[in-house]
Design a protein around this ligand. Structure first.
Ligand code: PMP
Length: 420
């Protein structure tokens, strides 16, 4: 019999923390990290492709030349010299930002937390793509925000779906605090917002007086090195833009940033100070020197090439192995493929069989606040080698085909087509 352990502190927690529990999926992930399992689950950047000698040299130089300052407290807005370099990173994305407009945060994740803390009262509505980044959903729910999803297709968020939601909210006398979106190579859907949709979204933001939170970790990881304009460039007064060094340098260094209209930026800086006084000064100095002295755009190109090759391997193997009643997104950058299983097949129910077959993924429901996504899953191609990815997809295909065959035998599923 399973022992049910009650939390003796439950009654003392703030209301917003009472519902916070580790998901069942997290428990399954303990299994997924075993070496025999091909994990297509995690979204970890492939940091082994970094020039570690260069990072070591940069870190040594910081400690040698600027040690006293780097080991000291920093300011709430972040190191000015770093903000200048981060503005250069944005220039590479054709985004023209003033270093004074930036607040440095502990990864993009902290910016999401600070934004939630700044804007959300319990029950406030946040609009987000469906599916949405799980860490953003976690931040919104930690402040008791109520997420309403806007449907996406292969061109990103659907403007007409936003119209429908806005009409329903208006009818109910409700307003949304902001709309959260990842326009470039979205996590988890692996699609980007088309140019026409960007224009449509910005136009609707003005029409509905909506604030947009534009989260852009993957913009520079476009496989062709192309970039569409950021929403921030198109409507700076309506957009809080979030950047991070996690995918183009290192997630361990924990450098992210927010660019926001002045009054919001001031509040974010104050909130940052209450969260942790300041970002680690040491990692800010290291990041600043890395960006100032290393050919970081070459490093980005190396990452881009590596991820492109792994993505190609995944797509090729999916086409070769999966039954043709499955469908998936075709990424043009980033880390993720979004896979739709045959109707009625549940990705969470399938996970134990997948783990038995030594392959892991993230079930789709993790990316929705409303319980949808049951027949979907996220596959990541960023970390395993192409060989391992191919092997992982072969294992997954066997599990899906077995399940398909079982369903056909049990229910005489006539919608099932031949498994190629
Ligand atoms: N936003 C998105 C869409 C992400 O995928 C991630 C990382 N998985 C983050 C934000 C946060 O990354 P970090 O805190 O490392 O900057």
């Amino acid at each position: 019999m399973t022992e049910v352990r009650l939390d003796p502190y439950q009654g003392r927690y703030a209301r917003r923390a009472r519902g916070m529990t580790a998901s069942e999926i997290r428990a399954l992930f303990a299994v997924a990290t075993r070496p025999e399992i091909v994990s297509l689950a995690g979204g970890m950047p492939y940091t082994a492709a970094l020039d570690n000698e260069a990072v070591a040299a940069v870190t040594t130089a910081v400690l040698r030349d600027q040690g006293a300052a780097a080991l000291q407290y920093g300011g709430g807005q972040g190191l000015e010299a770093l903000r200048v370099r981060l503005a250069d990173v944005m220039t590479a994305e054709h985004l023209d930002a003033n270093p004074d407009d930036l607040v440095v945060t502990n990864g993009g994740q902290q910016a999401l937390d600070l934004i939630s803390r700044l804007f959300l009262n319990p029950g406030d509505i946040v609009l987000a793509e469906g599916p949405a980044y799980v860490g953003a959903l976690g931040a919104f729910s930690a402040y008791q925000g109520h997420v309403v999803h806007i449907d996406m297709d292969e061109h990103g968020l659907i403007p007409e779906a936003l119209d429908d939601t806005m009409a329903a909210l208006q009818h109910a006398g409700r307003a949304a605090k902001f709309l959260y979106t990842v326009p470039n190579h979205q996590n988890p859907a692996g699609v980007s917002l088309s140019m026409a949709r960007r224009e449509a979204l910005v136009e609707r933001a003005a029409r509905y007086d909506l604030l947009l939170v534009e989260d852009n970790p993957y913009g520079l990881l476009d496989f062709k090195g192309e970039q569409l304009p950021c929403l921030h460039t198109m409507a700076p007064e309506r957009v809080i833009y979030l950047g991070t060094l996690s995918k183009i340098f290192s997630p361990g260094i924990r450098i992210g940033w927010a660019v926001a209209p002045a009054p919001i930026r001031t509040k974010l800086t104050l909130l940052k100070e209450t969260a942790d006084l300041s970002q680690s000064n040491l990692t800010q100095y290291v990041a600043e020197r890395w960006l100032a002295t290393q050919p970081w755009l070459d490093q980005v190109a190396r990452f881009r090439e590596l991820y492109r090759e792994r993505c190609d391997a995944m797509l090729e193997e999916l086409t070769r192995q999966l039954p043709n009643d499955c469908s998936w997104s075709i990424p043009t950058g980033g880390f993720f493929v979004w896979l739709r299983l045959p109707d009625g097949m549940d990705s969470k129910e399938l996970l134990p069989s997948a783990l038995n077959a030594r392959v892991a993924y993230v079930p789709g429901r993790a990316f929705y606040a409303d319980g949808s996504g049951g027949s979907e899953m996220r596959l990541s191609f960023c970390f395993p080698t192409s060989e391992r990815i191919r092997e992982g997809v072969r294992r997954l295909a066997t599990v899906i085909r077995d399940q398909d065959a079982l369903r056909a035998a049990l229910y005489g599923d006539t919608t099932r087509r031949s498994s190629s």
